[in-house]
Design a protein around this ligand. Structure first.
Ligand SMILES: Nc1nc2c(ncn2[C@@H]2O[C@H](COP(=O)(O)OP(=O)(O)OP(=O)(O)O)[C@@H](O)[C@H]2O)c(=O)[nH]1
Length: 765
């Protein structure tokens, strides 16, 4: 280890601490940082090793995901502790975890932003992202999954698969991400391995490959049996500390409980059979060398086969433990390195066109007061170097990156370069936003495009830049909105700046100005999302804003097909603009709106007029005629358009918009309201009162399931009826219920509700 490098690193780390210490508000944070990360020079050497570029086969870019409160943050904290990066165990309940570093996260005990942590485990580099479990922050999960190679799904072993697990699981499937399941909370008296495995099978439609089973249950849960190695791993409290760092590993033998031995034998045989069914290579090996003697199957062969099964996504390894009680986390870390893929084992389309050149995806932006925007990049090929210019293909702009950092939750360590497979944090990219593709230069993008188009088929299929831009992150539509006002007009500019920064960080936040009132409107994913944003504006930007009442983001559609014509004839200055259009609108069963031209018109129309017509149609979809909400499920067919010479495209768009408005009004408006799917877990004694409350909220009960001593109520409820539900549920059940909800669909409001809403919105009620 070169001494010079160590000194540089020390300077970087200490430089940052001094920088932070200069600011009064950060002082306690610095102390916390120093206490937890930098105890001795030995630790610094460890940090230095972590910041060097590791071999790509040793990198694991992993997400940790689950339903709210399953224990992701607690599990991450244990991983950081056992890997040697923290010197004390963080606790969500005490508000001192590494990954939940935002003030709101520590206060509320929940994860809001996904945090990236980098640490080493047994010669592997693990880049781990702890993602939020609350549905309001689902975009955070989506953008993390977009750049990860593997995931750990954490379950509360007493609850099995819960609502939000299903959502994140679907997200992981969409990105073809291999997963490992961790059944956490095995220390709870109601923890149930079989029940959880069945729920993985039934609800997630996954194929659980059980690698461990627990020893003891509830408070007597002491460890696990590792079915691959036939070993017993037990965590015994020592007289000095009970941090789970040391545990006993013993081969199962005749001195063990006969019941345990029998259970392990049967479970191992079942595992071997299952893996043989899923992996031909292993099946062949088994038949040739081991016949029925499953005892003789070596652990390494079985492990290799489980790895192939996991990477092919034919099965998901299942492990168990209790993060809070410090049991089972080290084997989980081993499983990450053993079963989840390295970056080379994942196929990323388009990356091949860059060969050895840099290709990276911006997947998250953080706003740092001192350093400006910090952009997280996943590097797919090539090397990223500090102090160089990079080209952003999406924005067609070249900008200079000043510094390159390794993200360690809110601590960042500076390094000179970073290679493919890694996740880096960059300083200085001012124009880059989430979803942009970053390459080394414009010439490199052109060369990649050339390769893509020369390759048979691909260039022809899509053509243009789409061939070389990595697919970005899908941003869901916001469901809630409210007005926001600064305390005085003098603060308006500060508020706009704060909102701009927050929007760059969080693409699920939309900000617009109400055309009638001129007020600024925040659109978000839920009550908690808006509440957290409000709080951040106060704490991070020092602006005490006033929020208007929270309103539901409705949509509008039409009821019938209508054809109509409109003509615009206007002289502006000395120029005459005249256009005439004939079109049909009709309701369609789809989430978006579309515009098409008759075949005949398609052949005649110039690209410029076509674009002007499309703009006119699209702008009328933005504000429906009933209440001004965006339109859904409308198809427009343009039959004819005639344009006098000299007419500007803007006038053509205006003519089409006016014709559209006429058609949409004639077609009969229908308000669509967001309906949420709701899952409430509660004691049976509270069931009737919760059901009564749901009936008043226009809820529809879909199912009532039994989970141990609890009931799980599945229902759909209009979002408009769910304001403040958490408080009501807490009161009705004396705090003994949990719920989660997510958008199910937009549904037509019934005529009475719709007319009441129209009256309310027009101030008549
Ligand atoms: N009994 C028990 N409780 C646990 C265990 N792991 C975590 N908890 C508790 O469960 C609660 C939630 O833990 P977190 O680690 O914050 O869960 P999370 O999944 O990160 O939650 P969000 O970030 O809010 O989605 C806390 O009160 C933890 O102390 C465990 O193994 N056993």
């Amino acid at each position: 280890m070169p001494v010079g490098a160590l000194q540089t690193l020390n300077r970087v780390i200490w430089g940052r601490c001094l920088l932070k210490a200069g600011s009064q508000s950060c002082r306690c944070d610095v102390n916390w940082h120093l206490r937890r990360f930098h105890g001795s020079p030995k630790d610094d050497i460890k940090s230095l090793r972590a910041v060097l570029n590791p071999d790509i086969s040793k990198i694991r870019n992993i997400g940790i995901m689950a339903h709210i409160d399953a224990g992701k943050t607690t599990t991450t904290e244990r991983m950081l502790y056992y890997s040697g990066y923290t010197r004390a165990l963080g606790d969500v309940d005490d508000g001192d975890t590494v990954t939940d570093f935002m003030a709101q996260e520590r206060e509320r005990g929940i994860t809001i932003q996904s945090a990236a942590v980098t640490f080493d485990w047994k010669n592997h580099r693990i880049n781990l992202i702890d993602t939020p479990g609350h549905v309001d922050f689902t975009l955070e999960v989506e953008r993390a999954l977009r750049v990860l190679d593997g995931a750990i799904a954490v379950f509360d072993a007493s609850a099995g698969v819960e609502a939000q697990t299903l959502t994140v699981w679907r997200q992981a499937e969409k990105h073809h991400i291999p997963c490992v399941c961790f059944l956490n909370k095995m220390d709870k008296p109601t923890a149930d391995l079989q029940f959880s495995i069945e729920s993985i099978r039934l609800k997630l439609k996954a194929n659980p490959v059980v690698l461990q089973f627990p020893i003891g249950s509830g408070r007597n849960f002491t460890g696990v049996v590792d079915l691959l190695t036939n070993q017993k791993l037990t965590w015994k409290p020592t007289s000095t500390r009970d941090d789970g760092r040391t545990f006993e590993v013993k081969h199962l033998g005749q001195s063990d409980d006969p019941e345990l031995l029998q259970a392990a034998k049967e479970a191992r045989a079942a595992l071997i059979e299952q893996v043989a069914d899923l992996d031909d290579k292993f099946a062949e090996l088994l038949l040739t060398n081991y016949g029925d003697n499953f005892d003789g199957v070596p652990a390494n062969l079985l492990q290799e086969a489980v790895r192939r099964v996991t990477l092919a996504r034919k099965g998901v390894p299942v492990l168990c433990g209790s993060s809070l009680k410090n049991k089972g986390v080290q084997p989980l870390l081993d499983a990450i390195t053993a079963y989840l893929p390295n970056p080379n084992e994942r196929h990323h389309d388009l990356v091949c066109w860059y060969k050895e050149d840099l290709c990276a995806l911006a997947f998250k932006v953080l706003h740092d007061k001192q350093r400006g925007p910090l952009v997280f990049l996943r590097i797919y090929s090539g090397t990223l170097k500090a102090q160089t210019a990079v080209h952003n293909i999406n924005r067609n702009s070249t900008e200079r990156m000043s510094r390159l950092l390794v993200p360690f939750a809110d601590q960042h360590v500076e390094i000179p370069s970073m290679s493919a497979g890694n996740i880096a944090l960059t300083v200085g990219l001012k124009q880059t936003v989430t979803g942009d593709t970053i390459v080394s230069s414009k010439a490199s993008a052109a060369a990649a495009l050339c390769r893509a188009q020369n390759d048979s088929g691909v260039g022809k299929k899509r053509g243009g830049q789409a061939d070389i831009i990595l697919s970005g992150v899908e941003v869901p539509d916001p469901v809630f909105f409210c007005t926001i006002e600064p305390p005085t007009m003098a603060k308006q500019a500060d508020l706009e700046f704060a909102l701009n920064c927050l929007q760059r960080e969080d693409p699920s936040l939309k900000v617009r100005v109400d055309p009638d009132s001129g007020q600024t409107v925040l659109c978000g994913m839920g009550e908690l999302h808006i509440e957290v944003l409000h709080d951040r504006i106060r704490r991070e930007y020092g602006i005490e804003t006033q929020l208007g009442p929270l309103q539901v983001a409705y949509r509008e559609t039409i009821l019938q097909q209508v054809s109509t014509t409109d003509t615009l004839d206007r002289t502006v200055g000395s120029r005459r603009h005249a256009a005439s259009v004939n079109l049909t609108v009709r309701p369609v069963d789809m989430a978006s709106c579309e515009v098409a031209f008759t075949e005949e018109l398609q052949e005649q129309i110039s690209p410029e007029i076509k674009e002007a017509v499309e703009n006119g149609v699209q702008s009328s979809f933005l504000q429906g005629p009933l209440l001004g909400y965006p339109m859904k499920g409308v198809s427009t067919l343009i039959h004819s358009i005639s344009v006098e010479p000299g007419t500007s495209p803007a006038m053509v768009s205006a003519c089409v918009s006016r014709c559209m408005l006429k058609a949409l009004r004639l077609a009969g408006g229908q308000v669509l309201e967001p309906v949420m799917s709701l899952e409430v877990t509660l004691g049976e004694e509270h069931l009737s009162s919760v059901l009564g409350d749901l009936a008043q909220r226009r809820g529809t009960v879909r199912d009532i399931q039994t989970r141990h001593d609890n009931k799980v109520l599945l229902a759909t409820v209009p979002l408009a009826e769910m304001m403040g539900y958490s408080t009501v549920l807490r009161t009705v059940t004396s705090g003994n219920a949990t719920f989660s909800m997510e958008l199910d669909a937009y549904e037509a409001m019934n005529p009475q509700e719709q007319s009441a809403l129209l009256k309310r919105m027009s101030g008549l009620m």
